[in-house]
Design a protein around this ligand. Structure first.
Ligand code: SF4
Length: 410
């Protein structure tokens, strides 16, 4: 069976992540330093301004999924009242914590998750993140602050942006109190500059997949997005994406195809199935199908970031997040991406425990098909809870879909 081809840059990424987590571990044990936990599309730039080291529980949740340990822990969270129906990042992360375990031990040598001094959320993605952080705020008896964001956002108007800016500004006083540092607008502009560049480079990395054949696939991007999430606001993220971009451009120059004899180009909508990344990557490789675009990995491209206008631009960028948009806006975005990446069809992942990022339940796939003419299929699974995912059913479903694409191509 053909195997997915790994990028060389991954070795450098591993070094960077090792250094990042080692530093986080040290910061958590040093009373002179402060640790903030932040949601993945939360105001990380603002936290860096105050010198916080940042930890992202969603990254931990994804690691629990990818290491297939999530199902060991989910029942522990269920037992204390967190339903099996809610976010399985939340239940696996909280369950692991209750069990006194973390996948950071095997990956980075940390014996425990870094204790927070403050937790900062943005509900632009879902309410689950706030409930998730509230569990830890109670446990550690530390402040929980954040942004309660509008959902079902259609057009991101100036009026809407200005309606949430005060929430970002209102965080400042608590961040000053916990960090012991005054707010420094110049420092915020510097961090925004770094993040804007990270976002730009990550966008360029993803755009290489517009090339036919594509130099990498969605399965690579789910791994290589880590610096865009956990190192956002740090210059080393930019150095990393320069390196990765050079490797991808080199692949393109050499005519390298991530999937041998790329025959179909596919859009993946929704969450990854973290516990099946390798198997699905190999399966699509064998089927000569390249997944070249996803709204998931695109979520860390923030075109609006503007260091000259930090509060307004971060408010706008986080409102523009795909997951928080109305169906009408999502349909337009999906259709545009399908055209830009020359896709032949769409696979929607309906993730049982993440209705927020499952765009399958209110007729969106049918409307996008009407608009674009592109065939689609839906696979039913989950991001972390593998009890919701059937390998056989998913493969049968995808094989039938690829046959449909083949028939259309003839
Ligand atoms: S968006 Fe989905 S996967 Fe992410 S935290 Fe919310 S419920 Fe969990």
């Amino acid at each position: 069976m053909s195997k997915a081809k790994l990028l060389e840059s991954r070795h450098r990424m591993k070094e960077l992540l090792n250094a990042h987590f080692a530093d986080l571990g040290e910061a958590a044990g040093d009373p002179s330093r402060k640790v903030a936990w932040c949601t993945s599309v939360g105001p990380a730039e603002l936290l860096h301004t105050f010198g916080f080291e940042i930890y992202h529980p969603e990254n931990h949740g994804a690691m629990l999924g990818a290491t297939r340990t999530a199902n060991d822990y989910i029942p522990k969270a269920n037992a204390v009242g967190y339903s099996p129906e809610i976010c399985s990042y939340l239940t696996s992360d909280v369950g692991a914590f209750l069990a006194g375990k973390t996948c950071l031990t095997a990956a980075y040598g940390l014996t425990e998750v870094p204790k927070p001094d403050i937790l900062v959320y943005n509900t632009n993605q879902c309410r689950d993140v706030k409930d998730w952080f509230a569990f830890y705020a109670r446990h550690f008896d530390v402040p929980l602050v954040g942004i309660d964001s509008p959902v079902q956002v259609g057009e991101v108007t100036d009026e809407l942006v200005h309606s949430v800016v005060p929430q970002y500004k209102a965080l400042v006083a608590e961040l000053e109190r916990v960090s012991g540092r005054p707010f420094d607008g110049d420092r915020l502009a510097e961090v925004m500059e770094v993040s804007a560049r990270t976002s730009e480079l990550w966008g360029q990395v993803l755009a290489t997949m517009q090339h036919r054949p594509s130099p990498m696939t969605f399965f690579d991007t789910t791994i290589h997005m880590a610096p865009a999430v956990v190192l956002r606001g740090k210059p080393e993220a930019n150095d990393y994406y320069e390196l990765l971009l050079a490797e991808l451009n080199d692949r393109i120059a050499k005519g390298f195809s991530a999937v041998d004899d790329e025959r179909y180009r596919i859009y993946w909508d929704g969450m990854p199935v973290w516990g099946r990344l390798r198997e699905l990557a190999d399966f699509f490789q064998e089927a000569k199908a390249s997944i070249v675009v996803s709204t998931y990995c695109n979520s860390w491209v923030f075109d609006a970031f503007d260091p000259k206008n930090p509060f307004e631009s971060m408010s706008r960028a986080f409102l523009e997040l795909f997951i928080s948009r109305s169906d009408q806006a999502k349909e337009r975005i999906v259709a545009e991406l399908c055209e830009e990446f020359s896709v032949d069809g769409i696979i929607y992942h309906d993730a049982k425990t993440c209705p927020h990022n499952s765009n399958t339940r209110y007729g969106l796939p049918q409307r996008v098909k009407k608009q674009t003419g592109l065939p689609f299929t839906i696979i039913y699974g989950d991001l972390n809870d593998l009890r919701c995912f059937s390998d056989e059913q998913a493969k049968t479903n995808i094989e039938a879909f690829l046959e449909q694409l083949e028939a259309k191509a003839r």
